[in-house]
Design a protein around this ligand. Sequence first.
Ligand SMILES: [Zn+2]
Length: 50
Amino acid sequence: MAIDPICKMDIDEKTARFTSDYSGKTYYFCCLACKQAFDAEPEAYVDEGI
Ligand SMILES: [Zn+2]
């Protein structure tokens, strides 16, 4: 399982509909709103030790 860096929900990589690639990693999101929040400011979310 991956963790949605925005809302911390568990996301199954196999069924995730919303993903973003950033800094060589793939991030998974529960919904489009979380993806858009990440895409707008990814550096605000990737340094939290996820
Ligand atoms: Zn989310």
